[in-house]
Design a protein around this ligand. Sequence first.
Ligand SMILES: N[C@@H](CCC(=O)N[C@@H](CS)C(=O)NCC(=O)O)C(=O)O
Length: 200
Amino acid sequence: MKLRYSPTSPFVRKVIVTAIETGLDNQIERINTNVWAPDTDIGTDNPVGKVPTLITDGGEILYDSSVICEYLDSLHDGQKLFPAVGGARWQALRLNALGDGMAETGIRRLLEGRFWKESPRQDWIDRANKVLGRCFKALEDDAGALAGPVTIGQVSIGCAIGWLDMRFNDLGWRDDCPAVADWYAGFSARPSMTASEPKE
Ligand SMILES: N[C@@H](CCC(=O)N[C@@H](CS)C(=O)NCC(=O)O)C(=O)O
């Protein structure tokens, strides 16, 4: 399999963490891809123009981190990251969506600063910060959902927090969210997380 990736993307990290957790990492060749380069060819594999994009051994192209992660999860017989049915599945998928939403919100805030260096819109940045604050509060209120065997939900939340910590030092979320901070300290020490730390 080939993975078009970027070393800082929280969505790519979800795929790499999933690959390591499921024992598939050594079957994936990584192709570094700068989706922002004017001459990027990512569009030949993914019309949406994003990483992660996976090319399977059969030549099928999969995109969106959650789709790729579920595909990888279908390739092994160990503990599944996507619970098959029932409440556990919906909880994992909800946390997955929350983590993705946190990363997307952070990326929007980052891009606002990057593209409009001279005059970033403060109201846009404030809005992103407000959404992130609400997400962390929702997570703290629901911290019990982070317990138990690793799921795609934990992977998504862990990768989002790792990326937010790397990009923004003004969020101060640990003060308000001690249960999440405790959980993240343990989760981020997993070998899959330490091996996939984002690098500029
Ligand atoms: N929903 C997508 C989001 C992927 C995404 O936004 N990737 C970013 C890198 S972190 C990207 O490729 N952005 C390029 C663009 O938005 O044009 C997923 O989960 O894979």
